[in-house]
Design a protein around this ligand. Structure first.
Ligand SMILES: *[C@@H]1O[C@H](CO)[C@@H](O)[C@H](O)[C@H]1NC(C)=O
Ligand SMILES: *[C@@H]1O[C@H](CO)[C@@H](O)[C@H](O)[C@H]1NC(C)=O
Ligand SMILES: *[C@@H]1O[C@H](CO)[C@@H](O)[C@H](O)[C@H]1NC(C)=O
Ligand SMILES: *[C@@H]1O[C@H](CO)[C@@H](O)[C@H](O)[C@H]1NC(C)=O
Ligand SMILES: *[C@@H]1O[C@H](CO)[C@@H](O)[C@H](O)[C@H]1NC(C)=O
Ligand SMILES: *[C@@H]1O[C@H](CO)[C@@H](O)[C@H](O)[C@H]1NC(C)=O
Ligand SMILES: *[C@@H]1O[C@H](CO)[C@@H](O)[C@H](O)[C@H]1NC(C)=O
Ligand SMILES: *[C@@H]1O[C@H](CO)[C@@H](O)[C@H](O)[C@H]1NC(C)=O
Length: 429
């Protein structure tokens, strides 16, 4: 039996607008401005933007924490170059205690386009990375997913957008950028980001859009009742201990948060990062969907002394982060569960939707679940114990099969009787 994919397609991006709604009032954050001039003192590269990073790192006790790295007021932009002669521009900024970020931009015939973003964060900065296990600079390269921008137009994005990579979420907003500026003047013609475009007409980019009329992702979605989201996509997650896989999970996840208004969040496997720890008697899988939702599952072994040992799901916690500054909006935990039990050495499977009640406001729905928190061998699931919910999916084929058998028997009997009658008929001839 292989892992199944649910039929669901795109996920409902419900969380982002709702969270933005709550934080449009803002907190302290700084814009960076980079204005590079050529030999004749004319602007050849201009950028002004705001950004922050959500970074997951390992702490001394092995837990994973998510922190927010903000720009400081004293950012510098050493190394930024126009590249009008080389067709390759660079916007580079340095900020805080040894952090830096850059993007290189290439020029084509008609367009310019970001190539790679390079982020170096220094976990030795204890204010941002308290209790970090590994201290020192970490550099990651992120391919810029944005499309090309018309030359001699300025790229503008008022709304926030994020770019996910590994254990990092980069969040940008209020972006104005033009590389390969001609004649020293930043263009009046804008190329707007998708987030600034009206959602009803996404194919028509408003080239001279006005900031105040541009519909935004933060436009209140409140009047529309909560849509029944499609089922989440099924993801495959695993943990390693050294070079050996020690935890396997296949699952589609949906979080139901109904604090103020009902909200269903589908976890997107493509952006979700798995962390956690394997152990002999407890194992934890932590999923970070890169879009402000964290879910942790802790499994334990039941009465470790019993001769036949079983494991079970003991604890689930759900943390929702503020999309923009990464601070915790709400956190729910249930450490008194007793679900999904199976013999140690086997896996647990439940294809049907299941609901885990975390607290009065938070539920986690699982789909196409197949999980093995202990004793994974050779990177494969062991024999599965299926949940009782799945039993009727076995029962249905049995019932249908039995009904078919009866039907076939009736047809055969009817046929034989018919043959006999017609045989008798021929005989009379
Ligand atoms: C994050 O933003 C929220 C809402 O604006 C604010 O209440 C909270 O204090 C902020 N937290 C941090 C750490 O900046
Ligand atoms: C650049 O423009 C020239 C002339 O218009 C064309 O022949 C060439 O294929 C273009 N190159 C690219 C990469 O678009
Ligand atoms: C942009 O930077 C990345 C990372 O340093 C590098 O691999 C890539 O070659 C650069 N692209 C160009 C066009 O210089
Ligand atoms: C981290 O910072 C401390 C104090 O600022 C310094 O002594 C130490 O060498 C730094 N370690 C690394 C790896 O940068
Ligand atoms: C965006 O930048 C403008 C000035 O350029 C500033 O007035 C505004 O507050 C910024 N918006 C946010 C959300 O920071
Ligand atoms: C720059 O100046 C030249 C000469 O004045 C002109 O032909 C060209 O159209 C200008 N380009 C832009 C983008 O304004
Ligand atoms: C895993 O690590 C062990 C010991 O460190 C080594 O002997 C083994 O070859 C490694 N296996 C793979 C697949 O890399
Ligand atoms: C979400 O949770 C609320 C309260 O716990 C419940 O009333 C509602 O039926 C749930 N919705 C779904 C789709 O599970």
């Amino acid at each position: 039996m292989g892992p199944r994919r649910s039929a669901a397609s795109s996920r409902g991006r419900l969380l982002l607008p709702l969270l933005l709604l709550g934080v449009s009032g803002f907190f302290q954050s700084y814009a960076v401005e980079v204005d590079i001039k050529d030999a004749s003192n004319a602007t050849c590269l201009y950028a002004n933007w705001m950004m922050r990073f959500l970074i997951t790192y390992e702490s001394n006790n092995g837990d994973y924490k998510t922190t927010t790295l903000n720009l400081s007021s004293s950012a510098t932009h050493n190394g930024s170059v126009c590249g009008n002669d080389t067709q390759a521009a660079l916007v580079a900024v340095q900020f805080g205690e040894g952090h830096s970020w850059s993007i290189n931009i290439t020029k084509n015939n008609e367009t310019y386009q970001g190539d790679f973003m390079t982020l170096t964060y220094n976990t030795n900065d204890t204010a941002v990375f308290p209790d970090a296990k590994r201290k020192g600079p970490v550099t990651i390269f992120i391919k810029d997913p944005a499309g090309p921008v018309q030359l001699n137009t300025v790229f503008v994005c008022h709304n926030s957008f994020d770019i996910e990579a590994e254990n990092i979420t980069q969040i940008f907003w209020n972006v104005t950028l033009q590389a390969f500026v001609q004649n020293g003047t930043v263009s009046k013609k804008e190329t707007r980001c998708p987030a600034d475009r009206p959602t009803s007409a996404p194919t028509v980019p408003p080239t001279s859009a006005n900031a105040t009329t541009a519909p935004t992702t933060a436009a209140p979605p409140a009047p529309t009742p909560p849509k029944p989201v499609e089922n989440p996509d099924t993801g495959n997650y695993s943990l390693k201990s050294g070079n050996k896989t020690c935890f396997l999970a296949t699952v589609g996840l949906q979080v139901n948060v109904s604090q103020d208004k009902p909200l269903l969040i589908n976890i997107n496997p493509k952006t979700t990062v798995a962390d956690g720890a394997c152990g002999n008697t407890t194992a934890t899988l932590k999923l970070n969907d890169g879009n402000s939702t964290l879910i942790g599952f802790t499994f334990a072994v039941k009465n470790a002394s019993a001769s036949v040992q079983k494991f079970y799901l003991r604890e689930v916690n759900v943390t929702l982060l503020n999309h923009l500054n990464g601070s915790v909006i709400s956190s729910a935990d249930n450490n008194n569960l007793s679900k999904w039990d199976a013999f140690l050495g086997s896996s647990y499977m439940c294809r049907k939707e299941q609901t885990l009640q975390i607290n009065e406001n938070v539920q986690v729905h699982t789909f196409n679940l197949w999980i093995q928190p202990f004793l994974v061998e050779a990177n494969k699931f062991a024999t599965a114990q299926e949940c009782s919910l799945d039993d009727d999916s076995i029962l249905i084929p049995i019932v249908v099969g039995a009904a078919l058998a009866v039907l076939i028997a009736i047809i055969v009997v009817a046929y034989i009787i018919g043959r006999r009658k017609s045989y008798a008929g021929y005989q009379t001839l």
